[in-house]
Ligand binder design. Structure first.
Ligand code: 5GP
Ligand code: ZN
Length: 113
């Protein structure tokens, strides 16, 4: 996708603070962190959102989910973390390249979903 900021990050056309890479997946710190630890896990291939994920993406999505706790631990989430996937406009999604938010480093606040 030519105009997708996360595709550009995956292709190193835009810099990011990377914390993990393999042939399918990239993880990098969120530019506007909502907590002391806040990074994004993306597939390198462009998928608009979770709504657009298909059966062919099953192993990729499983790989991302299994990677999340490993990276969270390495980043310092000792007591757990939150995994958020905003999906579609009503889900608060702003960047339409599928991404998991991994958020930790502070306790869940009252009222926080
Ligand atoms: P969404 O609302 O789409 O789930 O979240 C998009 C996230 O991407 C936001 O938390 C925002 O701070 C982050 N973000 C947007 N642009 C960039 C960027 O250029 N670099 C990085 N590292 N994060 C970004
Ligand atoms: Zn993209």
């Amino acid at each position: 996708m030519d105009n997708c900021i996360f595709c550009k990050i995956a292709k190193r056309e835009i810099p990011s603070n990377e914390i993990y890479e393999d042939e399918d997946i990239l993880a990098f710190n969120d530019i506007n962190p909502a907590a002391p630890i806040h990074f994004l896990l993306i597939p390198k291939m462009h998928i608009d959102s979770l709504t657009d994920a298909q059966d062919i993406h099953q192993s990729l999505l499983g790989k991302m989910l299994l990677l999340a706790p490993q990276l969270a631990k390495k980043q310092g989430c000792e007591n757990g973390f939150r995994t958020i996937i905003n999906t579609g406009p009503a889900g608060g999604q702003e960047i339409f390249h599928l991404h998991f938010h991994i958020i930790g480093g502070r306790d869940r606040l009252p009222g926080m979903i």
